[in-house]
Design a protein around this ligand. Structure first.
Ligand code: FES
Length: 121
């Protein structure tokens, strides 16, 4: 199933990366891309400059029109497989409102924002 993850490349905004080294956010994006085509999943990774989770890098989000927005913070490259799995589940969900209990255990404490879908009206 296809899905999409949005990941911040700027994280860690308050850190001091060495010249020429990728930011932690870029390392997360690379790990996500490396895991994006697990069997049964086709997940697109889109990069942005900020997801307003700056104090708790690294940050990524699931966001699709008509569905919940779910943002995760405090991520590392080790979280990439769990994020891919969750993105695939999000893609098959009608409203994207995946309860924490239905996510891989490693992500449950990393949900930093959840906004319900906006209904037309
Ligand atoms: S710099 Fe990554 S969320 Fe703001």
């Amino acid at each position: 199933m296809s899905g999409r993850i949005i990941v911040c490349l700027t994280c860690d905004r308050y850190g001091s990366p060495r010249a020429g080294e990728p930011t932690p956010g870029r390392r997360l994006a690379v790990a996500l891309l490396a895991n994006a085509h697990q069997p049964g999943h086709q997940v697109t990774v889109r990069t942005v400059e900020c997801l307003n989770g700056c104090p708790h890098p690294c940050t990524a989000a699931l966001r699709t029109p008509g569905k919940c927005v779910i943002r995760f913070s405090g991520l590392t490259p080790d979280d990439a497989p769990a994020l891919i799995e969750t993105a695939a589940r999000y893609a098959t969900s009608a409203d994207g409102d995946i309860p924490a209990e239905a996510m891989p255990a490693s992500l449950r404490d990393k949900i930093s924002l959840r906004i319900g879908p906006i209904n037309a009206g």
